[in-house]
Structure formats: C-alpha cells, structure tokens
Ligand binder design. Sequence first.
Ligand SMILES: [Zn+2]
Length: 53
Amino acid sequence: MAKKKKPITKMQCGTCKEVNYFTKKTKQVEGKLAFKKHCSTCRKHTDHKEGKK
Ligand SMILES: [Zn+2]
C-alpha cells in the first residue's frame, strides 16, 4: 500500500520565527493561515503564521 503524501504546513511564530506547529492545509482554506498559539521560545501566546516552503 502506497501512502499518499499529505501537504504539511509549518506554523511559524510571528515573533521569533520558530516553527512550533504543523498543520494540514485543507482545501477550504485559501491564502495565509494564522493561529494564536503558545510559543515555547517566547513563552507566551503569539500569532503563528504559515511558514515558507
Ligand atoms: Zn516565538
């Protein structure tokens, strides 16, 4: 059984640019993703944006 490759999107902290999260991009989402997530580097909640491929 061959596994299909699913596109994984990196979520980068907007403050320190650290990649903290990965998400699967759905077809419904267009453009840049942004999540408010906790960053272990900044030690606070920051905006995480879709990283460059
Ligand atoms: Zn950070």
